[in-house]
Design a protein around this ligand. Structure first.
Ligand code: FES
Ligand code: FES
Length: 163
């Protein structure tokens, strides 16, 4: 069997996605972003650059903000993956979703899920970040609509709301 055939072979991947255990057949070379969008149906995860440079695909892996285009799905065996779809609870928006909406942190919205997940990763490890810490945490996320001031303001506003 040649190398390409070996990489295309499927295996069973078990992981927790947004609080629910899943088992799916994936190829060894499938990226996490493609698994989340194409198999799990979580299209809030966006594909932008596909090379780790734009942050649109950011998800939390075991609570840490990570570009899902840089991670193979099979490397997430047994781990907890969270996407923007998993944030709202009991029919209520998550505080970051609420403040991005209220403070106009989203324009076209393409970068918004990645921005929110990067911000959520920050707020979990640092509940009261400074402006500088917010900007640093979001520095890997690009916005084509250049809405950075409103984005940072949205995160600042979320800090004031109890999680
Ligand atoms: S699509 Fe992953 S960083 Fe751009
Ligand atoms: S709101 Fe359009 S890319 Fe950021």
């Amino acid at each position: 069997m040649d190398e390409t055939m070996l990489r295309r072979r499927k295996r069973l991947l078990g992981l927790n996605v947004n609080g629910r255990w899943r088992e799916d057949a994936v190829t060894d070379d499938m990226l996490l972003v493609d698994y989340l969008r194409d198999i799990a149906g979580l299209t809030g995860v966006k594909t932008g650059c596909d090379g780790g440079e734009c942050g649109a695909c950011t998800v939390l892996i075991d609570g840490e903000a990570t570009p899902s285009c840089l991670v193979l799905a099979v490397r997430c065996e047994g781990r907890h993956v969270e996407t923007v779809e998993g944030l709202a609870a009991n029919g209520r928006l998550h505080r970051l979703q609420q403040t991005f909406h209220e403070r106009l942190g989203a324009q076209c919205g393409f970068c918004t899920p990645g921005m929110i997940m990067a911000a959520e990763g920050l707020l979990r490890r640092n509940p009261s970040p400074t402006d500088e810490e917010i900007r640093t945490a979001l520095s890997g996320n690009l916005c084509r609509c250049t809405g950075y001031a409103k984005i940072v303001e949205s995160v600042q506003a979320a800090v004031e709301i109890a999680p």
